[in-house]
Write a protein that binds this ligand. Structure first.
Ligand code: NAP
Ligand code: MG
Length: 486
């Protein structure tokens, strides 16, 4: 029997370890701020570590930008907007965006490994989902740059100016692509701040931006904590704030820019429902549920964290789900067999553990897979709760981890009412053989995206975004372009 770096002790056999090599990646010991296509040391003179959540080792020191640094970046972006970028034709802008996409694609393996190291997500996901999708976003929006008149007919679309963009840690490179690509295609310049625990792929992207010959100041990347993000939000010369992150910080941002000229799009939290009817293909649905909540350790804004199963099949579904959970590999993110990697940070692991405690205290019944988890690093077993009611905290609040709550229903109306009973409205999944039922539910579920007989599928062409406390504005597709135009 081969020994695996991923842990799994319930089955009789294991896959041999298959770790992705790190020999081809290049990381600096220390990263500066990326302003005007130059690496600039922070005027704060402060740096913070970025760690590998699977090993707790420091990967690099990252510059911590303060107000003065953010001001420098905004000035660079403004100058680039006025003197260069706004004067280029759409076709010329498109060429740069296309070149960035090509260069990212050429270095896809390096991006995937660094993402897994810094963020904790399994290499299979960073390699097959995050990095290709990020490249595709640049390819897709490169194509729009000279067709803005077609995207917004008779509206004389114009760029907004300087966009401040703040992103979270769950899809670091992908979120950077979601933000930068449409902004550039629409003719804006950018100041982007990655999340403090996952700055590395954004900084690698900065290398590509520099190598691509994009004019200096068009994209600036400032790293730091929440105060760096707040400095962007509060800077008077920013025209647009594009934020992806928690609903709490989204509310702070909305208050901060109220009454200013700044436009905004906010992509916030979620507590999405995955609904299985008794005519659904059960095995396929179970795979979809597993993908919906355990994919990326549940660090997915649109994670299908609330499962609703029709009562007459609940026992069967739960049995199959538990048995599938036992076959999931939790462990080394760089191992190609790993299904569930490391939780992004100690703080996030503590948050997830707090919610698991709350679930037990509320009287829900817990089931966790039996797998052993590595002694070092931040890991969490896939977890589900049955005996959950609508009022339970674990069914109401976003946990942002591999924790699923299960409730049952009898009728369509009942499940619509239950699924919509949340302050959020980001995504939902419906599993049924009946087309008319799918159409009925897609019109009644208050969610930005409704997947039918699948889950967590993304494409640059289709818009994404929420209702209610999941935010407003759409990213992706033509809609995503509109968010950067006046
Ligand atoms: P977060 O704490 O809100 O942080 C998001 C970003 O905002 C980070 O870069 C953060 O910097 C920065 N920030 C923190 N305080 C700020 C402030 N006062 N002003 C301006 N910026 C500030 O969220 P997170 O924990 O990183 O991400 C998880 C959340 O993102 C979840 O709620 C998830 O649902 C949501 N999300 C939503 C979508 C979507 O498309 N709707 C997609 C992905 C994630 P630091 O990292 O340095 O604190
Ligand atoms: Mg990290």
């Amino acid at each position: 029997m081969a020994k695996n770096t991923s842990t799994k002790n319930t089955a009789e056999w294991n896959y041999a370890a298959s770790p992705e090599s790190t020999s081809h990646i290049r990381l600096e010991k220390k990263y500066q701020l990326f302003i005007n296509n130059e690496w600039v040391s922070p005027s704060s003179k402060k740096y913070f570590p970025s760690t590998n959540p699977a090993s707790e080792e420091v990967l690099a020191e990252i510059a911590w930008a303060n107000d003065v640094d953010v001001d420098k970046a905004v000035k660079a972006a403004r100058k680039a907007y006025q003197e260069v970028w706004s004067k280029l034709s759409g076709a010329e802008r498109g060429k740069y965006i296309y070149r960035i996409a090509r260069m990212m694609q050429e270095r896809a393996r390096e991006f995937a490994v660094i993402e897994s190291l810094d963020c904790g997500k399994p290499i299979r996901e960073s390699r097959d989902v995050d990095v290709p999708l990020a490249c595709n976003h640049f390819f897709y929006y490169a194509g729009w740059a000279d067709k803005l008149e077609y995207a917004m007919p008779h509206k004389k679309p114009e760029a907004l100016g300087v966009a401040g963009q703040i992103i979270p840690w769950n899809f670091p490179l992908l979120m950077a692509a979601w933000k930068i690509a449409p902004a550039l295609a629409a003719g804006n310049t950018v100041v982007l701040k990655p999340a403090e625990t996952t700055s590395l792929t954004a900084l690698k992207l900065a290398e590509i931006i520099k190598d691509s010959g994009l004019p200096p100041g068009v994209v600036n990347i400032v790293t730091g904590y929440g105060d760096t993000g707040a400095a962007i939000v509060n800077h008077p010369d920013i025209d647009k704030i594009a934020f992806t992150g928690s609903t709490n910080v989204g509310k702070i941002i909305q208050r901060a820019i109220a009454g200013t000229h700044k436009k905004s799009t906010l992509e916030l939290g979620g507590k999405s429902a995955n609904i299985i009817f008794d005519d659904a293909p059960i095995d396929q649905a179970v795979e979809g549920i597993v993908n919906g909540i355990f994919f990326n350790q549940g660090h997915v804004c649109c994670a299908g964290s609330r499962l609703f199963v029709q009562e007459n099949i609940a026992e069967r579904v739960i049995h199959k789900l538990k048995s599938r959970m036992e076959s999931l590999y939790v462990g080394d993110p760089l191992d190609k067999n790993t299904d569930i990697g490391a939780i992004n940070s100690k703080e996030q692991l503590e948050t997830i553990e707090k919610y698991i405690r709350i679930g037990k205290e509320e009287g829900a019944e817990i089931y966790q897979s039996q797998c052993a988890i590595p002694s070092k690093g931040y890991f969490c077993r896939p977890t589900l709760f049955t005996g959950v009611s609508q009022s339970h905290v674990i069914a109401q609040e976003e946990i942002f981890g591999p924790v699923l709550t299960i409730q049952t229903f009898r009728t369509v109306d009942e499940v619509i009412q239950k699924a919509n009973n949340t302050p959020y409205g980001l995504a939902a999944g419906v599993w049924t053989d009946k087309g008319s039922r799918i159409f009925n539910l897609t019109t009644k579920l208050r969610a930005g995206v409704v997947w039918a007989n699948t889950y967590n599928k993304f494409d640059p062409v289709s818009p994404f975004g929420g209702y209610k406390e999941s935010g407003f504005g759409r990213e992706g597709g033509v809609h995503g372009l509109g968010a950067y135009l006046k």
